[in-house]
Design a protein around this ligand. Structure first.
Ligand SMILES: [Zn+2]
Length: 100
């Protein structure tokens, strides 16, 4: 075996490990993203803040989670909440109805 061959095989092994690690992280991230209580999709999970919309000047910023239709979600959303944590918490609750 030439040293070039050994070197290549070491590089391949390193890349394989990196890829495995990346895959693990992606899997972890997917399970961390709560699923939509309406359609169970995780991929469309989006946090919006009210400054994105035409809110009255000086109104406090509010936040909501939406199942973004642009990302092929169902458009379901929480109501506007004081902070991101609250919106995500409501979104993550066991499946139930909630009003806006
Ligand atoms: Zn949805």
């Amino acid at each position: 075996m030439t040293s070039a061959y050994v070197e290549i095989m070491e590089t391949v092994e390193k890349l394989r490990k990196d890829l495995e690690e990346l895959y693990e992280n992606v899997k972890k991230e997917q399970t961390l993203t709560p699923e939509c209580p309406f359609c169970r999709k995780r991929e469309a999970f989006t946090i919006q803040d009210s400054t994105d919309l035409n809110t009255p000047r000086g109104a406090p910023t509010k936040y909501r989670v939406v199942c973004d239709a642009i990302k092929d979600g169902c458009g379901g959303s929480t109501g506007w909440k004081e902070n991101i944590e609250e919106a995500v918490e409501i979104w993550s609750r066991p499946k139930r109805f909630f009003s806006s």
